[in-house]
Design a protein around this ligand. Structure first.
Ligand code: FES
Ligand code: FES
Length: 154
């Protein structure tokens, strides 16, 4: 979990979302719909985003899980997190961890997305507050930041 080995005894009916929030006290992932539709519970499982409310924790032996708490790099926020802050991509924050992880996954797959591709790529993450414009602006800004970081690398 977030780069640390964890050994947990979890009842067989518990979800990954319950495991991260209750057993590990990582409360960034939220329970919204509880059945795979809103994206508020998103985490990265073995390199792919998943809605953690749909995954049974008992199936995860040996798996790598990254939650929003594991995204920052050392003391630095991830560029996607910085872009969301800078462009006000959140209001109440309930959906934000899922939005940020969805944006990270989108930009890893497509570093230079069009506005339509951002809209499509973020379609699995619902937000009740922002009207989405600032979220999409944040993703576009994050794409620029990430490309600039890539350009800096030798
Ligand atoms: Fe998991 Fe909505 S709480 S997708
Ligand atoms: Fe409130 Fe998205 S910021 S639900």
């Amino acid at each position: 979990m977030n780069g640390r080995h964890e050994q947990l005894t979890i009842p067989p009916n518990r979800t990954l979302l319950e495991m991260v929030r209750e057993a590990l006290q990582l409360t960034g992932a939220k329970e919204g719909c509880g059945h795979g539709e809103c994206g508020a519970c998103m985490v990265i499982l073995d390199g792919r985003t998943v809605n953690s409310c749909l995954v049974l924790a008992a199936e995860l032996e040996g798996a790598s899980v990254v939650t929003i708490e594991g995204l920052k790099q050392g003391n630095e926020l991830h560029p996607v997190q910085k872009a969301f802050i800078e462009h006000s991509g959140m209001q109440c924050g309930f959906c934000t961890s899922g939005q940020v992880l969805a944006a990270k996954a989108l930009l890893e797959e497509n570093p230079n997305p069009t506005a339509d591709e951002i809209r499509d790529g973020m379609a699995g993450s619902f937000c009740r507050c922002t009207g989405y414009t600032k979220i999409f602006d944040s993703v576009a800004a994050a794409a620029e930041l990430l490309r600039a970081h890539q350009g800096e690398r030798p």
